[in-house]
Design a protein around this ligand. Structure first.
Ligand code: ADE
Length: 251
């Protein structure tokens, strides 16, 4: 899977995404991280300017349409040339913005099906609306708070998407049992030693009875979700309504 990131700070994104697990995924050619500097596409050869004042007044500068459009065009034609199968698939362009839909695990799963994804990172007071209307397919936020730029949100999303690409995690099972699968948080886990600071590992985990362990873990997940994320618990309950107890007569 190929991530193309349109940014004014390519080195920030590169450094953040080429260490640890994603770094290994890049080395193993499972993913590519293609950072593209929007400033390289400015028409203003003298000052290399990419921003200007907003029409109608107001504080702050706005990123201009031209450098972003030309930067996107260059990425898009690179992708089309690579996929020279005659079929033109328009690559999704994700604009990371606090005005977007809030990023969730199911969105990560949907985006992970794409072969290429383009991220647009904004700065200053935002981006000229006309270029957004022209190239953006998805407006996505990482939460209801304002950051100084789009690079960190793009990195958050790329990390969440890339780890779903087959082979990126050593262990594919863990992607299924972890938090948010089926709207439940993950159960508590323990490793050696069996007793630490007088606190024991729950006895059932040492029993070797896999059915009982699975049942215990499910119960822990449900209870943890109820306590910590009542919003998720409600969703889970709606999909798993309590079964009627057949022994009791319905009055
Ligand atoms: N840019 C600034 N803040 C952001 C956020 N919360 N999500 C996505 N992009 C952003």
């Amino acid at each position: 899977m190929n991530f193309h990131i349109m940014t004014l700070f390519p080195e920030m994104v590169e450094q953040g995404l080429t260490t640890s697990i994603l770094g290994r995924a890049v080395e193993n050619n499972l993913i590519t991280i293609d950072t593209v500097n929007i400033r390289d596409y400015t028409d203003d050869l003298k000052h290399r300017k990419v921003d200007d004042y907003t029409y109608g007044g107001g504080a702050g500068m706005l990123m201009q349409a031209q450098p972003i459009y030309d930067c996107w065009k260059a990425i898009e034609s690179k992708i089309q040339n690579k996929n020279a199968d005659g079929v033109s698939h328009k690559t999704r362009v994700i604009y990371v913005t606090p005005q977007g839909s809030v990023f969730q695990q199911n969105m990560a799963q949907e985006f992970a099906k794409e072969e290429d994804l383009i991220f647009l990172c904004g700065h200053y007071e935002g981006i000229d609306e006309r270029v957004l209307e022209t190239i953006v397919t998805d407006y996505v936020s990482i939460g209801d708070y304002i950051l100084t730029g789009g690079e960190l949100p793009a990195m958050v999303m790329i990390d969440a998407i890339a780890r779903l690409v087959p082979g990126v995690l050593n262990n594919d099972v863990s992607a299924e049992t972890e938090s948010f699968h089926d709207n439940l948080l993950e159960y508590p886990q323990y490793s050696r030693p069996e007793v630490w600071m007088e606190r024991k590992v729950p006895q059932i985990l040492l029993s070797g009875d896999h059915a009982k362990v699975d049942q215990w873990r499910l119960e822990q997940s449900i209870e943890r979700t109820r306590q910590r994320r009542p919003d998720l618990y409600e969703k889970w309950l709606a999909e798993h309504p309590p079964k009627l107890d057949k022994r009791k007569p319905v009055l």
